[in-house]
Ligand binder design. Structure first.
Ligand code: GAL
Length: 969
C-alpha cells in the first residue's frame, strides 16, 4: 500500500511529504555506523546558508538547483538548531503536543528551514566507486536535493539516513539543499519530554564507498563464562576477512571462531581491536565479548546478574541543545564513571553514535531506546495512537530497524528499548518481533505495557519504595509472565531541583532483593537554555502559549554540567564498595558490590580525625575480595584518644592507579566510623542577671529590646532572631500539577506557614535568665506554636535554649523548625564543623562528611535553575560567620544566604536573586525531608517533620578563636 498516496488524497497537497505517515523515500537501507574506515569521508559540518519560512510551502524549491541567489540568506552552523541561532524560539512541553492532535496533520504555521551548502570534493577524492551522503540527525523531517536532483525525504529525527549520491557528484560546486520542517507526521512519534528543537542537529557527512566496500556488517561476539572463551563471527553482506591481531584471529566473514578472551563488562570494558577487510575497504572493529541472557528470572551478563546504577540521559547542551560535540559526550561519560554510575538509558532516542563508542570504551551498560514517544495521545484517551494503528507500523519498524542496524555492534548496548510512553498497541509488538528476529543477543525493554507481553523485563517508573519492596519479594500481582521477570526502575529519583530524596532506601531494596536489578535516575542533566536575562531559561521563558515550566530542569547536573548535590548523593548511595564497621574496636567490614571486578583496582586509606581535623592517616591493606564477597580488616590502634574531643575514622576506597576515566587517588567509596562521640561542653548553671536599662535589656555581651528581641552581641549587630518554620518550597514540595493530591507546599501555603505571626506574650527577667515567650501562628487558624526563648550568659557567651510546643491538631508537616536571624554587613569566610562540604537534608544526607569546612556565603548557595530551598549543612557543631561564633551540641542544620527565604521563594530564575547587605542564618532543629514528589513518591514517613515538642541549644559568642585548624578534607 502506498501510504503517501492515501494522504495526498486526504489533504490534496501533492508536496506534503511531511504530513505523510511513511518514514520517507529514497534513503538507503540502514546499516552499522562506524566513525572511520580507510575510505575517504568529507564532513559537511560547518557554515551553511539558511532561510527560514513560516510555513512548509512559503518558498518554492528553486534554491535546490543552486541557480538561486542565496547570498542574501543568513548563515547557520550545522550541526545546530535554528531556534538556538536567532531564528524563532524553542518551545517546551512535557506530555502535550504543542499543536492540535489530528494525526498525521500538522499546523499550517510550520517553521521551515532551507539549508544550503556548496562544496567541492578534495583533490584526492577517488574517481571510482560511489558515495553516500549521511545525515545523523535532523528534526523533524527533511527533504534533500543534490545538484538539483531530489534524493528523497525522511523522518526519524535521531536516526541516521543515507542517500546514494555517487552519480550526482562533481568535483566542484556541488549544491546540497535540505529543507527541514519543524513539524511533520514524525512529530507525533517524537513527543518526548524536552524542548522542541528543529534543525540539522547532528553531522552531515559525505562518505566515499569504494568498489568492494564493506557495506553492512554484524559483529557477533559472545562470551562463555564457564570456558573463558569468546566466540566471534562477523556477518557481512560482502565477502571479507576478519582479523583480531591480539587474539591471533584471521577468519572469513561468516566464519565462527572461539578463543580464550577477557570478557567485556561495564566494570572491565576490554575491547579488542579488529579489522574487517573487504576488497575495497578496511573497517576498524572494536570487539567486546559478552553474553546477555535472561536466566532464572534475572538479567545476566557473562553468567552473573547485574545491578544497574543508572541514569536517563537526554542529549543536551545549554547553548547548542541536542547538537553535542565529542568533548561534551566524553564529559558526560567521564562524569558518570566518576560518580559510580554504571548504566545509561538513552532516553528517549538513540544518542549520537559516538556516545556509544565512548560507552564501549569506558564501560557503561546501555539501554538503547528507540526514537518513539506518543505520550500526547494520553490526553485524548489514546484515541488515534500511532502505535496501535497499522498505517503507522512501517514508520515504527523503520525506526526500530534504524536503531538496531546502526547500533548493533556496540558491546555496551545490552538492551533495546521500544520507546517511551506510547501506551500499548500492535505496532510495538511488530517492532519487538522484528528486533527479536534480527538480534537475539540482547534483551527487550519497554515500560509502557503493564502486561510485559513484548519485553524481557518488568520495568516501571517512579514506583514507591513499598511497592518496589513487594515486587522484590515477588508479592506483586499481575499477569503471570510479568511475575517471572526481573524488575527495573527505568526511571526513579526525579532529580528536579533540590533532591531527590529517598535514594538510600531504594538502594537498600535493590541490594536486598535479587529480582530488583536497579534503576535509572530521571534524569542526567537540566535542560536549561543559556539566556541573557534569566541565566538559564525553561518552559515559558520564550513566550510559549503551552508549556511545562521548569519541569525540563530535572537533572543531576546543572545545565553547565556542574554536578548538583543530587549527583554527589547518588554517587555515595551507589558506591560499589560498602564500608562499614566499628570505629571503637577498629574493625572495618568491606562488601564488594561490584558485579565482576575484585577490589585490586582500589587502594584503601584511613584517616583519623579529632574534632573534624585529620591528625594521622595511612594505608589500609585489604585482602583480595571478589565480587559479592566481604572482608574484615583491622584499623591500627587509635592515634589519639581521650579528652572531650569527637574522634572518628574516615576510610576511603580510592583508585589504585590511573584509569581512563579518573586519576589514581580518585575516591570511589568512603565511610566514617565514630571512635569517641566526644562531649559537648556542659552549659554552666547559673549565669549573669539580665538588667533593664534605657528601654533595653542587657545580658552579658548581649543587648535586647524591651520585648526581648536580640539586637546585638558585643559589637555585632543581630537582627530579627526568631522561630522560623518556612522554607522556599522545593520542586519536590510543589509536587505534580497533574495529580489530584495536594502537595506539601500547597498545604503549607493554605495554612499560612509563609506568613506566621509572632505574638510576644511574656518577657521575664530572673536572676540568671531572660525568658521570652511567644506564640507563633498563621492568621485564620487556631493552630499555633508556643515558643520559649531562654537566654543566659556566662559573661562572654550568650546561651539560648529554645523550646517549641505545638498547640492544636497539626495535620500538615512543617517545612522546618528552628531559628533564623540576620547578620547585617557580615562578610568573609564561613567555617564550620559539621556535615559538608555540600548541602544535605534528612533524606539526602548520605554524602555528607563530618569535618571542618571553609567556604563563603555565596559558595554555600546551590544554584538551582528555579531558586528554592537549598544550601543547608547538617549536624553543625560550630560555625564562624561574619565575626559570630555559633556552638551547639544538638547538631542543627546551618544555612546562610544573602537574601531572605521570602526573596528566595519569590524568585523564578537565578538572576532574580540580588544579594543584600544582611546575611540570613537559619539553625534548624528539625527539617522536613525532600522526597521525589515532583514526579514520584513524596517524603518517606521517617523523614517527615511533624509538629511535636522540640528543643534547641545554641551558644553565641564573638570570639573567633575556638575553631580548630583549617578545612579538614
Ligand atoms: C516520565 C517520562 C520522562 C519525563 C519524566 C518526568 O514519565 O518518561 O520523559 O517526562 O517522566 O520528568
Amino acid at each position: 500500500m502506498d501510504l503517501r498516496m492515501d494522504l495526498r488524497d486526504h489533504d490534496g497537497n501533492l508536496d506534503a511529504h511531511h504530513e505523510d505517515v511513511s518514514p520517507g523515500t529514497g534513503s538507503l537501507p540502514p546499516r552499522a555506523w562506524y566513525a572511520t574506515s580507510d575510505a575517504p569521508a568529507l564532513s559537511l559540518n560547518g557554515t551553511w546558508r539558511f532561510r527560514l519560512s513560516p510555513t512548509a510551502d512559503a518558498e518554492d524549491d528553486a534554491f535546490t538547483a543552486g541557480h538561486h541567489d542565496s547570498e542574501a540568506w543568513d548563515e547557520i552552523t550545522v550541526p545546530g538548531h535554528w531556534v538556538l541561532q536567532g531564528h524563532g524560539a524553542p518551545q517546551y512541553t512535557n506530555q502535550l503536543y504543542p499543536f492540535p492532535v489530528d494525526p498525521p496533520r500538522v499546523p499550517t504555521e510550520n517553521p521551515t528551514g532551507d539549508h544550503l551548502r556548496v562544496f567541492g570534493l578534495p583533490a584526492d577524492w577517488p574517481g571510482t566507486g560511489t558515495a553516500v551522503l549521511r545525515f545523523d540527525g535532523v528534526e523533524s523531517c527533511a527533504r534533500v536535493w543534490l545538484n538539483g536532483t531530489e534524493l528523497g525525504d525522511f523522518k526519524g529525527s535521531r536516526l541516521a539516513h543515507e542517500f546514494d549520491v555517487g552519480a550526482l557528484l562533481r568535483p566542484e560546486g556541488n549544491v546540497l539543499a535540505v529543507r527541514v520542517h519543524q513539524w511533520s507526521a514524525g512529530s507525533y512519534l517524537e513527543d518526548q519530554d524536552q524542548w522542541w528543537l528543529p534543525g540539522i542537529f547532528r553531522d552531515v557527512t559525505l562518505l566515499h564507498r569504494p568498489e568492494g566496500c564493506a557495506g553492512d556488517h554484524f559483529v557477533h561476539a559472545s562470551y562463555d563464562h564457564r570456558a573463558g572463551t569468546g566466540t566471534l563471527r562477523v556477518d557481512a553482506n560482502v565477502q571479507g576477512r576478519v582479523t583480531v591481531a591480539e587474539l591471533g584471529i584471521d577468519v572469513a566473514t561468516g566464519e565462527e571462531v572461539t578463543v580464550p578472551v577477557e570478557p567485556w563488562t561495564a566494570e572491565t570494558p576490554k575491547l579488542y581491536d579488529g579489522v574487517l577487510a573487504t576488497a575495497g575497504e578496511r573497517v576498524p572493529l572494536r570487539i567486546g565479548f559478552r553474553t546477555v541472557a535472561l536466566e532464572g528470572g534475572l538479567i545476566k551478563v557473562n553468567g552473573r546478574p547485574v545491578l544497574f546504577r543508572g541514569v536517563n540521559r537526554h542529549e543536551f547542551h545549554p547553548e547548542t541543545g541536542r547538537a553535542l560535540d565529542l568533548d561534551t559526550m566524553r564529559a558526560d561519560v567521564l562524569l558518570m564513571k566518576r560518580h559510580n554510575i554504571n548504566a545509561v538509558r538513552t532516553s528517549h532516542y538513540p544518542p549520537h553514535p559516538a556516545f556509544l563508542d565512548l560507552c564501549d570504551e569506558y564501560g557503561l551498560w546501555v539501554v538503547d531506546e528507540c526514537d518513539l514517544e506518543t505520550h500526547g495521545f494520553q490526553a485524548v484517551g489514546w484515541r488515534g495512537n500511532p502505535v496501535d494503528d497499522d498505517r503507522w507500523t512501517p514508520a515504527l519498524l523503520d525506526r526500530a530497524a534504524r536503531m538496531v542496524e546502526r547500533d548493533k555492534n556496540h558491546p555496551s548496548v545490552i538492551m533495546w528499548s521500544l520507546g517511551n510512553e506510547c501506551g500499548t498497541g500492535r505496532g510495538l509488538t511488530a517492532m519487538a518481533e522484528w528486533i527479536r528476529a534480527r538480534d537475539r543477543s540482547r534483551l527487550l525493554h519497554y515500560e509502557g505495557d503493564s502486561s510485559c507481553a513484548d519485553t524481557d523485563v518488568y520495568s516501571r517508573m517512579y514506583a514507591d519504595h513499598a511497592e518496589v519492596e513487594r515486587i522484590g519479594r515477588g508479592e506483586d500481582e499481575g499477569p503471570g509472565r510479568r511475575r517471572e521477570l526481573p524488575f527495573l526502575l527505568c526511571e526513579y529519583g526525579h532529580a528536579m531541583g533540590n533532591g531527590p530524596g529517598g535514594l538510600s532506601e531504594y538502594q537498600r531494596l535493590f541490594e536486598t532483593y535479587d529480582r530488583l536489578q536497579g534503576g535509572f535516575i530521571w534524569e542526567w542533566i537540566d535542560h536549561g537554555i543559556a539566556h541573557p536575562t534569566y541565566g538559564y531559561a525553561y518552559g515559558g521563558d520564550f513566550g510559549e502559549e503551552l508549556h511545562d515550566g521548569n519541569f525540563v530542569c530535572d537533572g543531576l547536573l546543572f545545565p553547565d554540567r556542574t554536578p548538583s548535590p543530587g549527583l554527589v548523593e547518588y554517587k555515595k548511595v551507589i558506591e560499589p564498595v560498602r564500608i562499614d564497621g566499628d570505629g571503637r574496636d577498629g574493625t572495618v567490614l568491606l562488601t564488594n558490590l561490584h558485579d565482576f571486578a575484585d577490589l585490586t583496582h582500589l587502594a584503601f586509606t584511613w584517616s583519623y580525625e579529632v574534632d573534624g581535623v585529620s591528625v594521622a592517616d595511612g594505608a589500609l591493606p585489604v585482602p583480595a575480595t571478589g565480587p559479592g564477597e566481604r572482608a574484615e580488616v583491622k584499623l591500627p590502634p587509635a592515634p589519639a584518644r581521650g579528652g572531650d574531643a569527637e574522634t572518628r575514622w574516615t576510610v576511603r576506597a580510592v583508585l589504585a592507579d590511573d584509569t581512563a576515566w579518573a586519576a589514581r587517588g580518585h575516591v570511589v567509596a568512603w565511610a566514617q566510623l565514630v571512635d569517641e562521640a566526644g562531649r559537648t561542653e556542659p552549659v554552666p548553671p547559673g549565669g549573669l542577671a539580665p538588667v533593664r536599662e534605657s528601654g533595653r535589656i542587657l545580658l552579658g555581651p548581649a543587648v535586647f529590646d524591651a520585648r526581648g528581641t536580640l539586637l546585638s552581641l558585643g559589637n555585632l549587630e543581630i537582627s530579627d532572631l526568631r522561630l522560623d518554620v518556612w522554607r522556599a518550597p522545593t520542586d519536590n514540595d510543589n509536587g505534580m500539577p497533574w495529580r489530584p493530591e495536594t502537595p506539601p507546599a500547597a498545604q503549607w501555603r493554605a495554612l499560612g506557614l509563609h506568613r506566621m505571626q509572632h505574638r510576644v506574650d511574656d518577657v521575664e527577667l530572673t536572676e540568671n535568665a531572660l525568658t521570652v515567650r511567644t506564640r507563633v501562628a498563621p492568621a485564620a487558624s487556631d493552630l499555633g506554636l508556643r515558643v520559649a526563648y531562654r537566654w543566659r550568659s556566662d559573661g562572654s557567651r550568650l546561651l539560648l535554649t529554645l523550646r517549641v510546643e505545638p498547640e492544636g491538631k497539626w495535620q500538615v508537616p512543617l517545612p522546618r523548625v528552628g531559628i533564623r536571624f540576620g547578620l547585617p554587613g557580615a562578610s568573609g569566610p564561613v567555617r564550620w564543623f559539621g556535615g559538608g562540604p555540600g548541602e544535605a537534608y534528612p533524606d539526602t544526607g548520605a554524602a555528607s562528611l563530618v569535618g571542618v569546612w571553609e567556604s563563603d556565603v555565596d559558595a554555600l548557595q546551590t544554584p538551582y535553575v528555579r531558586p528554592q530551598e537549598n544550601g543547608a549543612r547538617p549536624g553543625l557543631r560550630w560555625a564562624e560567620i561574619g565575626g559570630l561564633r555559633i556552638d551547639s551540641g544538638d547538631g542543627p542544620a546551618f544555612t546562610a544566604r544573602r537574601w531572605t527565604t521570602e526573596q528566595l521563594d519569590a524568585a523564578r530564575h537565578r538572576t532574580d536573586l540580588t544579594p543584600g547587605d544582611t546575611v540570613w542564618v537559619n539553625l534548624d532543629i528539625g527539617r522536613h525531608g525532600i522526597g521525589s514528589g515532583s514526579c514520584g513518591p513524596g517524603v518517606l514517613p521517617h523523614h517527615q517533620l511533624h509538629a511535636r515538642p522540640a528543643t534547641l541549644h545554641v551558644a553565641f559568642s564573638t570570639a573567633v578563636t575556638r575553631g580548630n585548624g583549617a578545612a579538614s578534607h
